[in-house]
Design a protein around this ligand. Structure first.
Ligand SMILES: Nc1ncnc2c1ncn2[C@@H]1O[C@H](COP(=O)(O)OP(=O)(O)OP(=O)(O)O)[C@@H](O)[C@H]1O
Ligand SMILES: [Mg+2]
Length: 389
């Protein structure tokens, strides 16, 4: 894997400042981070939950001349409104009941560095006014103080909301939006960059090895397929959690199988991602675009998934798997033989010809293809079935 921390080093870095991704949309994000990181401009980071907004905010700080000073995150949505003022601006001793000592606010802690206003869309309009003032001229008063303090911060804000629509509807101050949104960095949802899923997954497995001393795990081909087919409503954070769980629970040493994934994700094994992607998150696996779909290829993938699951549940016993599938044992054996599938490490895999066998080995072994019209499609899926060619 190409690893670099500077996108200028290679044409397509796969990792930049801790962010993994080679999809064009992520390449644009890397380029933007590189450009605005060094500037002092305010940046608004948008994107669904778990897409890496905080990681981008930290990258911007680490690239700036402010990197030796504090990076101070404030989760605007998590702090109750009546505490937010003292949290951000500090308070003097005795400012309110319980204020036994003076407190330094986060705007002051961040002076010379970066303040990261996370979930800025959750801030009340009343508080937005107070924020606007400190952003305009750096001045603020701690709660209960009579004197004004000054701070020199770079502001990076993040939200999963559409602040422009909120501004139109009056839920977010337009003047504040202009202050924050000098440059916008938008992080695409993970389902919009499915090609990156396996690489990010491997990145997390490598991290588990390095930081927790976990053994090495690879992704089985079916696992990759399942991970790419899933829609990831929780984005990269969800992917990280799913892999950690899988690595802890994995039954087979060294490999993550679809069975190690939560059922809704494992269900995607054998389903080509683009098919499921059409129509967005609610699309059924049977939806497809104007270009149509390959019936035979889909049917074969579906069979492989169903038979694989039955064999898995049957602990590898073909007799028991046939019973579960309510077919004759000979029907199942015939099917496996024709397709050239064998249960390996928990999933059905195409059998490779043994070394030294002639090229026509599979054809000889498998007999005529059961789905003649799907030939073209099967040729595109190397190794799965070449019978009849
Ligand atoms: N492209 C990526 N490559 C590697 N790790 C990533 C990437 N994007 C996110 N992560 C990791 O995923 C997790 C979630 O990212 P982060 O906390 O930055 O998301 P967020 O957008 O701030 O989410 P939220 O809106 O819920 O706060 C973190 O552990 C982060 O390190
Ligand atoms: Mg966050």
């Amino acid at each position: 894997m190409t690893r670099t921390t500077d996108p200028r080093n290679t044409e397509n870095p796969t990792e930049y400042m801790g962010l993994v991704g080679s999809h064009p949309s992520m390449q644009r994000v890397f380029e933007l981070i590189r450009k605005v990181g060094k500037s002092q401009s305010a940046v608004l980071i948008t994107g669904e939950s778990g897409t890496g907004k905080e990681l981008v905010a930290r990258a911007l700080h680490d690239l700036s001349v402010r990197k030796s000073r504090n990076f101070v995150p404030v989760h605007c949505g998590a702090i109750p409104e009546d505490l937010l003022e003292s949290e951000l601006f500090g308070h003097v001793k005795g400012a309110f009941t319980g204020a036994l000592a003076a407190r330094t606010g986060r705007f002051q802690l961040a002076s010379g560095g970066t303040i990261f206003l996370d979930e800025i869309g959750e801030m009340s309009p009343r508080f937005q006014v107070k924020l606007l003032r400190v952003l305009e001229d750096g001045s603020f008063e701690p709660v209960g103080a009579t004197s004004t303090l000054h701070t020199d911060v770079r502001v990076v804000a993040a939200t999963h909301r559409d602040l422009r629509s909120m501004a139109k509807e009056g839920g977010f101050r337009e003047d504040l939006l202009y202050r924050l949104d000098v440059v916008e960095i938008h992080l695409p949802a993970l389902r919009e960059r499915r090609e990156d899923v396996p690489r990010i997954a491997e990145h997390f497995l490598a991290k588990l090895r390095e930081t927790r001393g976990m053994p090495r795990f690879d992704l089985a081909p079916e696992t990759r397929q399942a991970l790419m087919a899933y829609d990831w409503p929780g984005n990269v954070r969800e992917l990280r959690n799913v892999l950690e769980r899988a690595a802890v629970l994995a039954e087979t040493p060294g490999v993550i199988l679809p069975a190690d994934l939560p059922a809704p994700i494992a269900a995607g094994a054998g389903t080509p991602a683009p098919l499921r992607a059409v129509g967005g998150a609610d699309a059924s696996p049977w939806d497809f675009g104007p270009e149509g779909t390959d019936f035979y290829k889909e049917m074969e993938a579906f069979e492989r998934r169903m038979i694989g699951r039955a064999l898995q549940l049957a602990g590898g016993s073909k007799r028991e798997a046939a019973r579960l599938l309510q077919v004759n044992r000979t029907t199942l054996l015939e099917k496996l033989k024709r397709r050239g599938w064998e249960l390996r490490g928990g999933s059905l895999e195409p059998v490779e010809p043994p070394a030294g066998k002639p090229d026509g080995w599979k054809e000889l072994r498998r007999g005529p293809a059961s789905y003649q019209p799907g030939q073209a499609a099967r040729e595109r899926e190397p190794g799965v079935a070449v019978a009849g060619s």
